[in-house]
Design a protein around this ligand. Structure first.
Ligand SMILES: *Cc1c(COP(=O)(O)O)cnc(C)c1O
Length: 975
């Protein structure tokens, strides 16, 4: 836009909305654009549109002064973040406990973590335009499977502790044993044990904690499974084979949490009979980030692959018979299985899994082994020094961790170490524990020895690894792990993969229910600052003062915009927020003596995670019908409430509904549930349609989760990370997730209720391994709110609702818009019904989605929440030109479908069914189609100058599921 076009004054005319620069950068449409769009939609102003769309009964109460400060610019926001960062201290961390300092190779930091081609991508549900990240994920799966010695690994878990929980649940499903007991080795990480305790209680599993090191395997109690940490939390490396055999003997499955770096030197779990291996890939180049995000992992032996939770990438073939990657066995996923789901994982940790896999690609098997040997060597040196002293090592075998008996001196030694800048884990007054990592230097070891009053002996120190547990098998044998040694090669490999994918840096991703909005560069900037990145989750409170402030501020702002009293940022995804909220409801009912309240009402239209989370919280799901307009059927709801009144625990309702409309009866609905003694859970993943206009807590919600990776700008990362804060009314606060090791006393499991004037305590069981979940990505959402201010947030909502209604109006003559609320208006997304088109022409929703790729778009959400539909969510960040380009593409596709109807070509021979078209498909061989090459790849002329070329043709999903293969294919497959 030239100066003339803006009417002379760049700032005056250009903004017209707010005096602050960032709001205008975040919102894609200018005031002129919005005026034009309003004319199409038939409203005078954005305000009047939103007021008309959002039911009167829920409009936010005005009056109270906002606690969200007035917005500031990008430079100022970075300066505030800098001052928060300066109040954190990135000490030399020897705390271990599953978190280790690591070196993120700069080539990976710059080209993956800081590269929008990777971090703005969506979950690879459209595999033809996701081949790059799917390849990276299959590398991750291959790496995990080979290191653990098991056959199949999934594409990431949320963290180690929740992966152990999922392992326990898997063992219960797969075991034929009738016992309700699960045995847990006492020598496991404390946070993992806390997670297991809370989650087992919710689903009626009896945990039996035993010191397995001193248990005779023959005396092992009956159980459906057993969990053991390898190496153990105290550092020792034990032969687990006899235990595994003993557990198998009575039908149990064995879950081993294994350290991937240690596995480069140690016998793999699969080699001693483990059924399931879980853990974290954090120390493969992913910063600790005060707890996350990092990719957890899970691998299973043959026969259990169909039981795996989470996503599984596999190899299939495309329409030309070429190998191509896609997500396998998607029918296992909770979206489809709902209350029959066995796991609620949806958003996982893709970006971090990509980083960890690339760390293995870059270092190769020799590099990893070298790093592990160095870590072990440092540990052995200190162990040798300790052996000559009056301090006593408690573990006679070790990889990287030593537990030391210091008879009454432990506290003094730990604080002396702290003086020297080292954080050591104090076990008790007599005992401390320390772990070395990739960043440990010889000088560090000398310094630690000095603190302990020791001198390192000269010469080689004896190994702590038992001879009979040394690894003899090979790993990472695929060429991908042995090719990209140089930085040039690595950089090009990353670019090669990124080029195959369609992310927000190419164009619009109009995915309904996913809110693919801008992830601003300024918001992302602080994530990799060492004061945020290199911080251990169990660092002392004084080391994390800046973090705790940032977290407290964000919690407060989120509480205000949702109308709740308190917020926990611990849940690592929306699904985990749901679980935390439902566990809070469970805790509340139990505390009131209402142990029978276990029924959770969930409307038919709900997101699949809702039902899955309810099951994991130990509730029974009762489905409520929806009417023909997509609203909850109030009569059916009343009937279900009445039928279950004494057992009613909760209603879980999404607002605005997953159908993209504002339900007008919402207050009647929440009242009906409350009258029967139930609690109301409002799924807040769609908050982008309400922010600034209505608050869940004011229209009957007791608890909600939000998705910071949707509404609050955390990028999707190709399928994670996410943050799913849970927000609640005061009466549920005591049951919100606490953590045994939280830095703040009022965030500890079992914390005392708050005194008057203090903030509300969260005293429930944890839902994540780390006390504050994934803090290193919280600066993103913090910066968003800080730069938008409360008015800017409302403007974003307005722009998003306007964009959705504009799309609905422009497309409704071409595709029926399935649901609309009052005045024919939709919320922030709209559902296009493609079923009439299919009935008339045979053109399917798949055909349209794949054809959009030829037009340079990512498809909208397919067949959710209604089969045969597309759900479009443009968000506020797209500008009008891009929205129009999308609308025009959809209209052009409709015209192509007309040509099927008119008989120009059969649907099987149409460009719709042939989509997407690769370059190869239009240049090779004789062209025998009824449409031209030009029509195939340049259906609109603007594509000639800027074309996204999909690397593969349409992928055969069923073939891949029949021929399940989930590791890197041999190079010859691509010949
Ligand atoms: C995205 C979404 C969820 C799940 O969130 P995840 O972070 O993927 O676990 C739940 N409910 C609704 C309505 C959603 O759109």
């Amino acid at each position: 836009m030239s100066l003339e076009q803006t009417g002379g004054s760049v700032f005056g005319e250009w903004s017209g909305r707010a005096a602050h620069g960032f709001v205008d950068r975040h919102i894609g449409t200018t005031s002129d654009d919005q005026a034009a769009m309003l004319a199409v939609v038939g409203h005078d102003s954005v305000e009047s549109l939103v007021r008309a769309a959002v039911p009167d009964s829920i409009h936010a109460a005005s009056g109270a002064e906002s606690t969200i400060p007035a917005p500031i610019g990008e430079k100022e926001a970075l300066a505030e973040l800098r001052s928060l960062a300066d109040r954190n201290r990135a000490s030399r961390t020897l705390l271990g406990l599953g978190y280790y300092d690591t070196v993120t190779p700069a080539v990976i930091q710059r080209n993956v973590l800081e590269n929008p081609s990777w971090y703005t991508a969506y979950t690879p549900y459209q595999p033809e335009i996701s081949q790059g990240r799917l390849e990276a994920l299959i590398n991750f799966q291959t790496m995990v499977a080979e290191l653990t010695g098991l056959t199949t690994a999934n594409a990431s878990m949320l963290d180690e502790g929740t992966a152990v929980v999922e392992g326990m649940l898997l063992a219960r499903r797969a075991s034929k044993a009738t016992s309700d007991a699960f045995v847990v080795d006492s020598d496991a990480f404390p946070q993992t044990k806390a997670l297991l305790a809370g989650r087992a209680a919710a689903v009626g599993i009896r945990l039996v904690e035993l010191d397995l090191a001193s248990t005779d395997p023959a005396e092992l109690p009956e159980s459906f499974g057993l969990f053991v940490q390898y190496p153990a939390a105290t550092g020792s490396v034990r032969d687990l084979e006899p235990l595994v055999a003993a557990s198998h003997a009575h039908g149990g499955l064995v879950v081993v949490a294994a350290d991937l770096l240690a596995l480069t030197l140690l016998r793999a779990p699969g080699e001693f009979g483990a059924d399931v291996a879980v853990g974290t890939s954090q120390r493969f180049g992913v910063p600790m980030g005060f707890g996350g995000p990092h990719a957890g992992y899970m691998a299973v032996r043959t026969g259990l692959e169909r039981q795996l939770p989470g996503r599984l990438v596999g190899v299939s073939q495309d329409a030309d018979g070429q190998p191509a990657y896609r997500l396998s066995l998607q029918t296992r996923e909770q979206h489809i299985r709902r209350e029959k789901a066995t796991s609620n994982i949806c958003t996982a940790q893709v970006l971090l899994a990509v980083m960890a896999s690339m760390y293995a690609v870059y270092h190769g098997p020799w590099g990893l082994r070298h790093i592990a040997s160095r870590v072990h060597g440092h540990t052995a040196d200190l162990a040798a020094a300790l052996a000559d002293s009056d301090l006593e090592i408690e573990n006679d075998t070790f990889f990287d961790t030593l537990q030391v008996f210091a008879s009454g001196r432990a506290e003094a030694l730990v604080s002396a170490a702290r003086e020297r800048g080292f954080l050591i884990h104090l076990v008790d007054a007599d005992c401390f524990r320390l772990s070395f990592d990739e960043t440990t230097t010889h000088d560090d070891v000398v310094a630690v020895a000095e603190v302990l009053g020791l001198e390192l002996p000269a010469g080689d120190s004896p190994s702590g690894l038992p001879d009979d547990l040394l690894r003899t098998s090979d790993y990472l044998t695929h060429p991908v792990f042995r090719t990209h040694r140089s930085e040039t090669s690595m950089m090009r490999y990353l670019k090669h993969l990124a080029d195959k994918d369609y992310a927000l840096d190419r164009g619009m991703i109009p995915l309904g229910s996913c809110t693919m909005k801008l992830n601003a560069a300024t918001e992302m900037a602080a994530v990799t600052w060492p004061e945020f990145a290199a911080v251990h989750p169990f660092a002392p409170a004084d080391d994390v003062a800046g973090y705790l402030d940032l977290i407290g501020q964000l919690e407060g702002w989120l509480a205000e915009v949702t109308g709740y009293d308190t917020v926990s940022l611990q849940p690592n995804a929306g699904s985990q927020g749901e679980l935390a909220g439902l566990l809070a409801i469970r805790g509340y009912h139990l505390a009131n003596g209402d142990a029978d309240r276990t029924v959770c009402l969930i409307p038919q239209s709900a997101h699949g995670t809702n039902a899955a989370s309810a099951v994991l919280a130990g509730m029974r799901v009762v489905v409520v019908a929806c009417d023909e307009r997509g609203n909850v059927d109030l009569d059916d709801l009343r009937a279900r409430v009445a039928a279950n009144a004494s057992e009613l625990a909760a209603l879980m309702i999404t607002y605005p509904s997953t159908h993209g409309v504002y339900e007008h009866d919402i207050r009647d609905i929440t009242d009906a549930v409350h009258e029967a003694g139930g609690q109301v859970y409002v799924d807040g993943a769609n908050l982008n349609a309400l922010l600034g206009f209505a608050r869940f807590g004011e229209f009957g919600g007791d608890v909600s989760h939000l998705n910071l990776h949707k509404t609050f700008c955390i990028p999707h990362g190709g399928g994670g990370p996410g943050v799913g804060p849970v927000a609640a009314k005061a009466h549920l606060a005591p049951y919100l997730p606490g953590h045994p090791m939280a830095q703040q006393a009022d965030r500890r499991t079992g914390a005392a209720p708050a005194a008057a004037g203090e903030r509300l305590a969260h005293a429930g069981v944890p839902v994540s391994s780390a006390p504050y979940g994934s803090p290193s990505i919280l600066p993103i959402s913090w910066a968003y709110v800080r730069m938008m201010g409360s008015e800017g947030l409302a403007q974003a909502t307005g722009a998003a609702v306007l964009a959705a209604n504009y799309v609905a109006v422009r497309l409704r003559d071409h595709y029926p818009v399935l649901y609309a609320g009052e005045g024919g208006l939709v919320a922030h997304e709209c559902i296009l019904d493609l079923r009439p088109l299919r009935d008339a022409t045979g053109v399917t929703v798949d055909d349209v989605a794949k054809r959009l790729v030829d037009y340079g778009f990512h498809s909208p959400t397919m067949s959710f929440p209604v089969a045969g539909t597309l759900m479009v969510e443009p968000t506020e960040s797209e500008d009008l030109a891009e929205i129009d380009r999308f609308v025009d593409a959809m209209i052009a596709i409709r015209a192509e479908a007309e040509q099927v109807a008119s008989g120009r070509f059969a649907v099987e021979a149409s460009p719709l069914r042939g989509a997407p078209h690769t370059a190869e498909s239009v240049i090779s061989g004789e062209w025998s189609h009824d449409y031209t090459r030009d029509e195939a790849v340049y259906p609109v002329r603007s594509l000639v100058r800027g074309k996204y070329w999909p690397p593969v043709r349409r992928i055969d999903q069923a073939w891949g599921d029949r021929n399940l293969f989930c590791a890197c294919p041999p190079v010859e497959a691509f010949a």
